[in-house]
Each structure stands twice: as structure tokens, then as C-alpha cells.
Write a protein that binds this ligand. Structure first.
Ligand code: NAP
Length: 279
């Protein structure tokens, strides 16, 4: 690829960003479609996020993804946020239109499109979501959007799960009928009631992390998604029990595909993205 005076710049704001696979697959798509653009990782310290957002306008950077720890903190510095951001309260994609910055969230879409690869019909399903942090909010938004029948929301800090439900019920009155907050200790008891299990916590990132519930209770009627990228103990057990399972890469790929579409107006070739990072 030849860079010249017309090369457009896209990128990623995060801290840290070194591990990110987004530059690899976004660049692969630009190259595949012959678009004269680059996608650069920008390591932005938490205290510098306002300046980093301003630099998008100054340097005419056309768009960025936003990752941990900036997804919530960028919101005050944008000109506009999309409808889903008002509910999820986190931005992972910024589009720059002549200095006017619009924030979007494509994590919910990434999760749902990834899930459809192993569970094509999500409507009416009963789900266990573990975790009530930022990614959980996006995933619950997506699940509600697909018309799931029931969500058990399990979190270590149960108050946080209750707050999430309270917050979402300001947008959808049915939320309190669909989502039930539970403690981590209650998971074993409700496991037979659910078809889909989603881990949105960071538990499992380290090999010596304990099990969140009794993984032996997983059976072949379950579909298990862990949004951590590596194969966690949870996914190893799902595999052993012949359950349907998925790691965090499909979510990552599809959220990136939607960001690409928002920036360029073009559909992203999913297979090219997957091949670029070997998944
Ligand atoms: N695949 C993807 O595309 C994708 C996208 C986004 C995030 N992720 C991954 O998802 C994970 C969570 O990200 P996030 O942004 O949602 O983080 P977050 O907002 O900080 O939330 C973390 C969640 O994990 C729970 N947790 C943390 N340590 C725990 C422990 N020792 N025991 C039980 N629960 C614990 C927290 O519970 P409390 O409320 O009790 O603290 C909270 O529910 C990260 O590993 C991230 O890399 C993947």
C-alpha cells in the first residue's frame, strides 16, 4: 500500500492498546477494498482523553474506535451520541464529519451478530448474563433488541446489577419483567432454566481464576459465550460437555465491521477480517 497526501487516518483510543487486533483486521479491509486509509493504535492515558478527542478535529482523523478505559469518559467531549449510546452509556466508535463528532456503540451489534453464528434464533430465549459492567450493558441492550424472553443478571456486586436494571427501565418499561438480578451463588440453581450463558466478566482471563459457578452443571442443551478472547476454563468445560460455545473474537470482529460501515458507508468483508487475525 502506498501512503500519499490523500491517505485517510482512522485509529483506536485505549490504554493499553498494544494487544489490540483491531489495527490488523481494519487495515486488512482497507487494503482488500483498495481504500487509501490507515488504522493506527493510539495509547491515550485516562487524563488525556479530552485532548485526544480534540485532536480528532485538529488532525482531521476520520474515525476511531474507543476501548478500555475511555468508553464512558469520551461522551462529554462529543457533539452528538446515537440512540443506543443513550441507553448503554458507552461509546466504542467515533465518526468525525468535518469536526462534528458522533459517538456510536457497535459492541451490542458485534455480540448479537457473533451469537447468530451459533444461535440463529435468539427471540424468546432464556439467558444468564454474568457481569454488570460496560460490556454487559451493551450485550443486554442487544439481547432486549432481539426479544429474549428472560435474563438472569448475575453479578458479584448485586447492587450494580440492580442499578443496571433500574437504568434500563427508564428506556423500556418491560425491563423489570424480563431481567432478574441474582447473586453469583444463585447461578447453580437457575442453570437448568436457561438456554444461553454469557460471561461478560474478566474472570477467566488468568488461568488460576476460580470458577464463577459449578461448570460441571453445563450440559449439551446450553450455548455458552465467553467474551474473553482466549479459551477460558468456562469454554473448555462447555466443549467437554458438548455444549455449543463461542469465544470473544466473533463479537470483536462484528463490532469492528459495524464501525467500518459507519465510517465508510461500505459493508466490511467479514471473512477478510477473520483471516487477518487467524480466527
Ligand atoms: N469480545 C469483545 O469484543 C469484548 C468487548 C468488550 C469487553 N470484552 C472483555 O470483557 C471483559 C469485561 O469488560 P467490561 O468493560 O465489561 O469491564 P467492567 O465494566 O470493568 O466490568 C467488569 C465485570 O466483571 C466483574 N468482575 C471483575 N472481577 C471479578 C471477580 N474476581 N469475580 C466476579 N466478578 C468479577 C465485575 O463485577 P463487580 O461489578 O462486582 O465489580 C463486573 O461485572 C474484559 O475481559 C474485556 O476484555 C470483550
Amino acid at each position: 500500500m502506498t501512503l500519499d497526501g490523500n491517505t485517510l487516518v482512522y485509529g483506536l483510543f485505549g490504554y493499553p492498546v498494544k494487544h489490540s487486533k483491531s489495527p490488523t483486521f481494519q487495515t486488512a479491509v482497507f487494503q482488500h477494498l483498495g481504500i487509501n486509509a490507515v488504522y493506527v493504535p493510539f495509547q491515550v492515558k485516562p487524563e488525556d482523553i479530552e485532548k485526544a478527542v480534540e485532536s480528532l478535529r485538529v488532525l482531521d482523523i476520520k474515525g476511531v474506535n474507543v476501548t478500555i478505559p475511555h468508553k464512558e469518559n469520551v461522551i462529554p467531549y462529543l457533539n452528538e451520541i446515537s440512540e443506543e449510546v443513550k441507553v448503554i452509556k458507552a461509546v466504542n466508535t467515533i465518526k468525525n464529519i468535518d469536526g462534528y463528532l458522533i459517538g456510536y456503540n457497535t459492541d451490542w451489534y458485534g455480540f448479537i451478530e457473533g451469537l447468530k453464528e451459533i444461535m440463529p434464533d435468539i427471540a424468546g430465549k432464556r439467558v444468564l448474563v454474568i457481569g454488570a459492567g460496560g460490556s454487559s450493558r451493551a450485550i443486554i441492550y442487544g439481547l432486549l433488541n432481539q426479544g429474549v424472553g428472560k435474563i438472569y443478571l448475575a453479578n458479584r456486586t448485586i447492587k450494580r446489577a440492580e442499578n443496571l436494571i433500574e437504568d434500563f427501565s427508564n428506556f423500556y418499561r418491560i425491563v423489570k419483567m424480563i431481567i432478574k438480578p441474582i447473586s453469583l451463588d444463585e447461578i447453580n440453581r437457575i442453570l437448568n432454566e436457561v438456554e444461553l450463558i454469557v460471561n461478560t466478566t474478566s474472570v477467566g482471563l488468568n488461568e488460576d481464576d476460580p470458577e464463577i459457578f459449578d461448570y460441571n452443571l453445563i450440559n449439551s442443551s446450553h450455548t455458552v459465550v465467553d467474551i474473553i478472547y482466549e479459551e477460558t476454563k468456562l469454554l473448555q468445560k462447555a466443549k467437554e460437555k458438548n455444549a455449543n460455545y463461542q469465544n470473544g473474537y466473533p463479537m470483536l470482529i462484528y463490532q469492528g465491521a459495524k464501525s467500518f460501515e459507519i465510517w465508510t458507508g461500505k459493508p466490511a468483508p467479514i471473512e477478510v477480517m477473520k483471516r487477518a487475525i487467524g480466527v
